[in-house]
Design a protein around this ligand. Structure first.
Ligand code: FAD
Ligand code: NAI
Length: 329
């Protein structure tokens, strides 16, 4: 019997590792506490249509990631987003066009991870609480007390604070990962029945509780929805208001939006708030991935590299490649 490799997390990092291992002929089994894949780059279905509450778009700078994004584009999973970009600084809104190529999943961010997952074996709605090693193999325990296994190796592809709790069986790795802090981001979506009278489709914001806002509907594949907007608060504001009730967060960020956009703003017909507790790493690292290859445990995620979609994908590749190289020795 082939003993599979367990991968905890079906964000882009976990799926990148899964694809690399599967292509190299290894059996994998994925787990995620959510009901679907994507993690921080998933889109949320709502009464106002599909909303990108986490990752807004991504850029591709590393040639390996450029190649994979070209493949995604050829398959129709991603399209370029060419927003009319603005910058808000010192109380002034000004156009800020550039030449950067920006990609989005189409018709939603979740398209990408759903396509990557394809028919790989996965267990959703399963929060892993413990990763432990028997005499030869690894097992996982979930929040309902069920044990999964045996597994030959384990790849943990979650934000660092969630990975730390799963690393009791690898104390050296646990102490490195425990040192990685991640900041929260409050995200709010608003929908208007009459489109806002503004040419702005995306805006980098300074000197405000907000650090980004985008017209969700301006992205390819989201046309025909209500006039939907996604607002992201800064890490500082999100940290200071981390426990604020959602209705108040909506009120504050809606107010900040109304203040910076120079057009009349009707009352939204729909609003939604989502708190990303571990949105982005507080500092930068160039680890690629972390591992205790002799034990057979690997850790990856955006926080091992750039804290962006590209970094998460590259980190998943690195974890898989290290595992494959170790097996080849
Ligand atoms: P995640 O996507 O967090 O995946 C981890 C998965 O593990 C999740 O699905 C989670 O449910 C699961 N999990 C966690 N713990 C357990 C457990 N115990 N058991 C089972 N499953 C578990 N990047 C960009 O490049 N461009 C952007 O515009 C951008 N904007 C962003 C805006 C926001 C608000 C946020 C939050 C992030 C943004 N990012 C952006 C960052 C980008 O989303 C991440 O870098 C990337 O998606 C991280 O992927 P990952 O696989 O490392 O982690
Ligand atoms: P990018 O190259 O578009 O943006 C990088 C940064 O450059 C921006 O944050 C912005 O400060 C600046 N910038 C880029 N184009 C600009 C323009 N036309 N006008 C004014 N400023 C401009 O994309 P990249 O490097 O792929 O970064 C991804 C984005 O994801 C960043 O904006 C980052 O802040 C955001 N992000 C947000 C997270 C959150 O939790 N809110 C988590 C991780 C990433």
């Amino acid at each position: 019997m082939t003993v599979p490799i367990a991968i905890i997390g079906t964000g882009i990092a976990g799926l990148s590792a899964a694809q690399a291992l599967f292509s190299a002929g290894h059996a994998v089994h994925l787990f995620d506490k959510s009901r679907g894949s994507g993690g921080r780059m998933s889109s949320k279905r709502s009464d106002a249509g599909s909303l990108d509450m986490g990752a807004q778009y991504f850029t591709a700078r590393d040639r390996r990631f450029v190649a994979v994004v070209n493949h995604w584009q050829a398959n129709g999973w991603v399209e370029q987003w060419k927003p009319s970009l603005y910058n808000y600084h010192g109380g002034r809104l000004s156009p800020s066009p550039d030449e950067q190529v920006r990609w989005v999943g189409s018709p939603g961010m979740s398209t990408i991870t759903r396509a990557m997952l394809d028919d790989l074996p996965v267990t959703f709605s399963c929060r892993i609480t413990e990763v432990f090693r028997g005499s030869r193999h690894w097992s996982l325990q979930d929040a309902e007390g069920k044990t999964h296994g045996p597994f030959s190796h384990v790849i943990i592809a979650t934000p660092a604070p969630q990975a730390t709790t799963l690393l009791a069986g690898a104390p050296k790795l646990a102490s490195v990962v425990a040192g990685v802090k991640m900041d929260p981001t409050w995200a709010v979506a608003l929908a208007f029945s009459t489109p806002l009278d503004t040419p702005l489709q995306g805006c980098f914001v300074q000197d405000s509780p907000l650090d980004w806002l985008a017209c969700n509907r301006s992205k390819p594949g989201r046309e025909g929805q209500l006039d939907t907007w996604v607002l992201h608060a800064t890490s500082t504001w999100s940290r200071e208001h981390v426990d604020m009730p959602k209705e108040q967060v909506i009120e504050h960020l809606h107010g900040a939006f109304a203040e910076l956009i120079s057009c009349a703003m009707p009352a939204p017909v729909f609003s939604l708030a989502h708190r990303w507790l571990y949105a982005r790493p507080s500092g930068t690292h160039e680890w690629g991935a972390l591992s205790d290859a002799d034990l057979g445990i690997y850790v990856c995620g955006d926080w091992c590299l750039s804290g962006r979609v590209e970094g998460a994908w590259l980190s998943g590749q690195q974890a898989a490649n290290r595992l494959i190289e170790h097996l080849a020795r």
